[in-house]
Design a protein around this ligand. Structure first.
Ligand SMILES: *Cc1c(COP(=O)(O)O)cnc(C)c1O
Length: 418
């Protein structure tokens, strides 16, 4: 057999593992070329919210593609972007919207906005701040800047010489939240921090780690007290995953800068936004061209992707999305209660529509012996579940059928035999 020229992400081709070919998808189901019906229990890596090929989103993409496909966005504009930004502002509670193409770029933009904010305020504010504070076990993307913010490990070891230093605050483990707040306060006081970036309530790639809304509110308060910009990376947690539109809403906070991507188009096309407060925008607003926000990519605010995002917002407005999310969360809670009793399963946990469990044994970490066995076990059962080391999680599209979700929960229980 000849080898495919495709080089896949996060895939060790040397292991020669099978790579399924998917021909079409609907709802929470993927159909493969060899006739299998696969349940997408991880929303195709956390992006698909209302299900694959939602008719309304597909129709919007078709229509926009025939009207205006792409446009330079520096100094030009188009209706889908204008309408989308106007709709995002009241929904997310921040007044300005900067477009990009992926979660990683939305984070890069957030960092540049934060540093630009401090640099543009000028000498009267003291020397510009540039230190970024992060939470332990975080993940913010795979570009160099976003990687610098994330936990160091096997994923970025080879690139470590290119990564910049950040101030790391310990993860708020239950019962030790005060240590996190104290460390954050100390860092704000001593490191002349420009910004603190967090994944609100749920750390995804770091192992589906959960902390309480109250802690999020307290971390926000510490930053506010010291004038450190608070960046919420809701790339994964946004669009209902944690039970509310934004995870930040559960803590009653509005960040200074907000990153959204994944579910922004319902998971149909790549698009991201970085939303900013009045103060952050104002720091760049000037007749002085050196204070311009210097960031762009070719496809900034692509009209077709914006049309898909507008259709996503229409789905949120006109379909019972909140009910679907509440229903999914309660079915997930039932499944988790069953899993919690299974020997070999530890740390059952839930945040909104997402559940996670750890399998005992096999050693920890992403390269846990257990990981590949679990992956193969789920694949053989026609389930798309991609464990993080010996952690398995279920983050399905909100439309997943009860029978399909039950199959997923049963498989998680039976995987203890691996
Ligand atoms: C996925 C993710 C990113 C990166 O998004 P991409 O679109 O994959 O670049 C950033 N932050 C968080 C919290 C994520 O889960």
């Amino acid at each position: 057999m000849t080898r495919s020229p495709v080089w896949h992400p996060f895939t060790q081709h040397g292991l020669e593992e099978p790579i399924p070919l998917v021909t079409h998808a609907e709802g929470a189901i993927l159909h493969t070329a060899d006739g299998r019906r696969v349940i997408d229990a991880i929303s195709s890596w956390w992006v698909t919210t209302h299900g694959h090929c939602h008719p309304r989103i597909v129709a919007a993409i078709r229509e926009q593609a025939g009207k205006l496909d792409q446009l330079i966005f520096a100094g030009w504009t188009h209706e889908p972007a204008e309408r989308l930004a106007a709709e995002l502002v009241p929904l997310m509670g921040l007044p300005y919207v900067f477009f990009s193409d992926s979660g990683s770029t939305s984070v890069e933009v957030a960092l540049k906005m934060a540093l630009g904010f401090w640099a543009n305020r000028g000498p009267r504010e003291g020397s510009p701040r540039h230190r970024i504070l992060v939470l332990e076990h975080s993940y913010h993307g795979d570009t160099i800047g976003a990687m610098s913010l994330g936990a160091r490990g096997v994923f970025n070891q080879a690139y470590a010489p290119l990564l910049f230093d950040v101030g790391t605050v310990p993860f708020p483990v239950v019962g030790r939240e005060q240590a996190t707040l104290d460390a954050l306060e100390l860092a704000c006081l001593t490191q002349s921090a420009a910004a603190f970036i967090v994944e609100p309530l749920l750390l995804g790639a770091g192992g589906m780690l959960i902390y309480a809304p109250q802690v999020l509110a307290q971390m926000h308060a510490v930053c506010a007290a010291h004038g450190v910009l608070f960046i919420a990376d809701e790339v994964m947690t946004g669009w209902g995953r944690t039970g509310t539109m934004l995870a930040c809403q559960q803590a009653g906070i509005t960040p200074d800068i907000l990153c959204l991507a994944k579910g922004l188009t319902g998971g149909s096309l790549p698009l991201a936004v970085t939303m900013a407060s009045e103060a952050v925008y104002d720091a760049h607003y000037s007749p002085d061209r050196t204070k311009t926000f210097y960031h762009s990519s070719s496809y900034t605010a692509n009209p077709i992707a914006c049309a898909a995002a507008l259709a996503n917002l229409a789905v949120w407005r006109e379909e019972p999305v909140a009910e679907r999310i509440a229903d999914l969360a309660s079915r997930q809670a039932e499944g988790l209660a069953m899993l919690a009793k299974v020997p070999g399963i530890a740390n059952p946990r839930q945040c909104g529509t997402v559940i996670a469990v750890d399998y005992v044994g096999g050693g920890g970490g992403y390269l846990s012996e257990l990981g590949p066995k679990l992956l193969a076990f789920f694949r053989d059962r026609d389930l798309l579940i991609r464990p993080l080391g010996n952690t398995a999680y279920v983050m399905p599209p909100y439309c997943i059928e009860p029978d399909d979700l039950a199959l997923v929960h049963e498989a998680l229980a039976e995987a203890t035999g691996q």
